[in-house]
Ligand binder design. Structure first.
Ligand SMILES: Cc1ncc(COP(=O)(O)O)c(C=O)c1O
Length: 365
């Protein structure tokens, strides 16, 4: 029979160093290749409870964890619609901080912005100063790992500042959760979310979020939050039915449950150490090829490296050159596509694969 799949037609056999969707472990893909069952069955209830329990442990959180049948941006919108009546502060280091602002404004919320110079982290000092100037914001959004520039913000320190000012804290951890430790309880995070297709190495279609009692209380008093992303409805269905108020993406839920089981086998600390070592390996290889990183030293992301293009080439040329050698990296984001390119090490990326990629990169540049 003729194979009409997109893989055959387009010859999709690249080695992935993308920033999402990323390569998935074969065991994760196998887990998805199962017959379906009802999301109101006893089997689903068990699966739901198991995954939620695993996520609570993973995030060290004993309030609520919800599963969303959307990508991460759906939870961004959820946080705004459920928890902000009038005004919030959006901290912006790049494209995804800007997205939070866009989402908030498109939902009628007044936004105060705190923008850092490109490549620089958000520091506790500037956040504290801004919150002193803007005491009437109800919530603060922070991007844990700004994927567009490969920068990791110091969330443990920043969360202390937000908690001292007694504001709700929304954390876009889309490309950080699963690749770097998050202590959602200890750090007092109110809504902290991620998408399946990033560090967890699961196909797209599922988002997860930790949601605090304070966020739920605020949601309880909100009038116009819609139906689909109503946090109180998530809570109700989670408690009464061990499920969601709509049909959830069961294959992705099976896959994430499997992935977390695999992480538990290795141990969380070792898992994060592996992430660090893989990104370190990428950085050392870049240095050997005479390449430098875009973000300020000390704040480099453990999940994606944003690399300055070499003088004689554009970032797009490096990306294309690598594709010709069978490696799919990521282009620089937006206006940075000429001057940078990105290398993700999220999902199923082995050391051998990194060595092969770095060998090809040194030829290309
Ligand atoms: C930091 C960050 N936030 C938000 C998003 C949007 O996530 P999604 O595409 O899952 O809605 C992305 C996607 O790349 C991201 O990297």
């Amino acid at each position: 029979m003729k194979d009409s799949s997109i893989y055959k037609k387009r010859g999709l056999k690249m080695e992935l160093f993308t920033v999402g969707p990323v390569a998935c472990h074969p065991k994760v893909l196998d887990e998805m290749n199962k017959q379906m069952f009802s999301h109101r069955s006893v089997e689903y209830r068990e699966l739901h409870r198991e995954l939620v329990g695993r996520l609570e442990d993973f995030l060290e959180f004993d309030e609520k964890v919800f599963l969303f049948p959307s990508s991460g941006s759906g939870v961004m919108e959820t946080s705004v619609r459920n928890c902000v009546e009038e005004k919030m502060l959006c901290c912006i280091n790049g494209a995804f901080g800007e997205r939070y602002d866009e989402v908030a404004e498109s939902n009628g919320v007044e936004v105060e912005k705190l923008e850092t110079e490109s490549g620089k982290p958000l520091t506790p000092e500037i956040l504290d100063e801004k919150l002193n100037q803007e005491p009437d914001v109800e919530a603060v959004s922070i991007t844990l790992n700004e994927t567009s520039i490969g920068l990791l913000n110091p969330l443990d320190e920043l969360s202390e500042v937000v908690n001292e000012h007694d504001k709700l804290l929304f954390v876009d951890a889309v490309s950080g959760m699963g690749g770097t430790d998050i202590k959602a309880g200890e750090w007092g995070l109110d809504v902290c979310f991620a998408s399946s297709q990033k560090c967890f190495g699961v196909p797209p279609g599922l988002a997860v979020a930790s949601v605090s009692e304070d966020a739920l209380e605020k949601s309880n008093n909100m009038d116009e939050k819609g139906w689909y992303f109503d946090l109180k409805r998530y809570e109700d269905y989670d408690e009464r039915k061990s499920g969601t108020h709509m049909t959830p993406p069961i294959p992705q839920i099976l896959a994430l449950n499997k992935r977390l089981e695999m992480i538990e086998e290795v141990g969380k600390e070792q898992h994060f150490q592996n992430y660090k070592e893989r990104s370190q390996m990428v950085r050392e290889g870049l240095e050997d090829s005479g390449l430098t990183l875009y973000p300020e030293e000390g704040y480099e992301s453990p999940t994606v490296s944003c690399v300055n293009a070499p003088e004689e080439m554009t970032g797009i040329e490096v990306y294309q050159g690598m594709r010709e050698k069978g490696f799919e990296l990521a282009k620089g984001y937006g206006d940075l596509d000429i001057t940078t390119f990105r290398i993700g090490n999220m999902g199923h990326v082995t050391e051998e694969k990194i060595k092969r990629m770095l060998g090809a990169l040194s030829d290309v540049v």
